[in-house]
Design a protein around this ligand. Structure first.
Ligand code: CLF
Ligand code: SF4
Length: 506
């Protein structure tokens, strides 16, 4: 088994120099007794596009390799932060209700604080000083980044001048995008996301009650038509300017779910780099129109089926966490900055430590790709024809199986079979364990989130949840080797990861 460096995941607060950072890397442990599977080297991994440098244009690869949203592989190692400098919006979406001073909800449009550009750059400085993983600063609201263009562009200007190694990123509804492509290009903003939910204005009118454009308010189909035209113009102009455009679409069952195949085809034709189909978050407690009127979001199985129908390739993003507008950290480890920006002492960013972290990730990348290829080969060598299983993995990052079941707030879902091991999505649920005891109601929700899953892989699981998982037909396996997820999934498939013991105190 390869001994690969483990990249530290936590805040790295004690790491202040490149030498310390390198010294903090622990070699992976040797394979545990009884896990002596030899991985064949004879099959080349069908890599997942942006995860594989060899298959991507070098100029594009340079832009995505450290962007946690644009590269699934990068999201295991790099963090983003959002600065909430854009409060207002120029349209209304039926799934949106912006909330300020809100620490409890994890969804787009929610923030704890609004920032001025100057406060934002100070917060970025403080986060960058303690988090070498930080590679991207995005502006994603809580309103629309380009409806607040002066504040957004000023923020980017300040960050670009002070922390040039950070990638700048922006998310918009697209209505104002055509007016700002040149300014974004001038600031070297290479990543723009447009949320585009419909090509058909009749469908759009069910999602957007109004837009504000050209000094007046438009309603219904006319509003949706104008929005769509501006989104398409913005997409085309941004692509022509060399910006990598990601399109986000919210899957709304009964409204645009059947239509998203057309959206996917058209945005690909227009040059979008990625398409991210996200589930509608619908809860009456959020106070959105859809939440209050009982419009349901898709089930995990429905979302999976739609994504599968859109093609099994790297241009479909599957690891989105539907972040808050002030999210900070690795995707899936939500925080809103933990006080960053409130400290009066100016932070000092150690560029050397940040560069060292990137170098360590770069060093381990080829080995990770090779290890994933060996996992593919192992799975392929034992798979009956056409067999495909879904495995839910508990991970706290680093691309490894390294989390207890009870602590998991999300499951990394992989498909394994004759074609190898493939990441297919994230499923989220509140964690089962509440400091010493489990919550039966949460377990019921977790089981519904895990519908269609064949096995769960984790570091440890209590007797109670194990029993309920098994009653639901889901096998549970424990491993403490902290191996890469692909390796562990392939070994599970080959029968080399033992089932969790039947009797253990919860
Ligand atoms: Fe932020 Fe969006 Fe940039 Fe990423 S998020 S502006 S591209 S840096 Fe990422 Fe969060 Fe999903 Fe957005 S996981 S909601 S896709
Ligand atoms: Fe909310 Fe964004 Fe829609 Fe504006 S564009 S209403 S901020 S979801």
């Amino acid at each position: 088994m390869t001994s690969m460096p483990r990249i530290p995941l936590d805040g790295l607060g004690s790491v202040t120099t490149a030498a310390d950072l390198r010294a903090s890397l622990a070699p992976a442990s040797a394979a545990a007794p009884g896990r002596t599977v030899r991985l064949p080297h004879n099959k080349r991994r069908e890599a997942q596009g942006p995860a594989e440098p060899a298959r991507v244009d070098p100029a594009v690869w340079a832009k995505v390799k450290e962007h946690p949203c644009y590269s699934e592989q990068a999201h295991h190692h790099f963090a983003r932060m959002h600065v909430a400098v854009a409060p207002g919006c120029n349209i209304q979406c039926n799934y949106c209700n912006r909330k300020y001073d809100c620490a409890n909800e994890s969804r787009p449009g929610v923030v704890s604080d609004r920032l001025t550009p100057e406060q934002a750059v100070e917060k970025v400085r403080q986060v960058a000083a303690r988090l070498p993983q930080l590679s991207v600063v995005g502006i994603a609201g809580p309103g629309d980044a380009l409806h607040n263009a002066p504040r957004t562009l000023r923020t980017f200007e300040l960050i670009r001048a002070e922390l040039p190694d950070l990638t700048l990123c922006l998310s918009t509804n697209g209505l104002a995008l055509p007016d700002h492509v040149d300014a974004l290009k001038a600031l070297d903003v290479h990543h723009v996301t447009i949320t585009l939910n419909a090509l058909d204005p009749e469908i759009g009118a069910e999602i957007y009650p109004w837009i504000a454009h050209d000094h007046r308010r438009w309603h219904g189909v006319e509003a949706a038509r104008i929005l769509l035209e501006r989104q398409m113009e913005g997409l085309e102009r941004a692509v022509a300017a060399g910006i990598l455009v990601k399109v986000n679409s919210v899957m709304i069952p009964g409204i645009n779910d059947a239509h998203l195949k057309d959206v996917n085809r058209v945005v690909r034709e227009k040059g979008a780099f990625l398409h991210n189909v996200m589930p509608l978050i619908s809860d009456p407690a959020h106070g959105t129109h859809f939440g209050l009127t009982g419009q349901p979001g898709p089930t995990p199985v429905e979302l999976h089926a739609l994504r599968e129908s859109l093609g099994n390739d790297a241009r479909l993003m599957r690891h989105c966490r539907q972040c808050r507008a002030d999210a900070v950290g690795m995707l899936g480890q939500d925080s809103c900055g933990d006080g960053a920006g409130e400290d009066a002492t100016p932070a000092t960013v150690d560029a050397d430590a940040r560069a060292a972290y990137r170098a360590v990730v770069e060093d381990s990348r080829a080995e990770q790709v090779a290890e994933a290829a060996r996992a593919d080969a192992l799975a392929g060598s034992v798979a009956p024809a056409d067999d495909r299983r879904l495995v839910a993995v508990c991970s706290r990052g680093g691309g490894r199986v390294n989390l207890h079941f009870g602590k998991a707030t999300e499951f990394h879902v992989y498909e394994v079979g004759a074609a190898g091991v493939r990441f297919v999505g994230i499923r989220r649920a509140d964690n089962y364990c509440l400091g010493g005891y489990g919550d039966a109601e949460r377990m019921t929700t977790i089981l519904s989130v895990l519908e269609g899953i064949d096995a769960v892989l984790c570091v440890k699981v209590g007797t109670g949840p194990r029993r309920r998982l098994e009653q639901a037909g889901i096998a549970v396996h424990e491993t403490t080797a902290h191996d890469l997820i692909e390796t562990t999934v392939a070994q599970w498939y080959a029968g080399a990861v033992p089932a969790a013991p039947a009797a253990r105190r919860a």
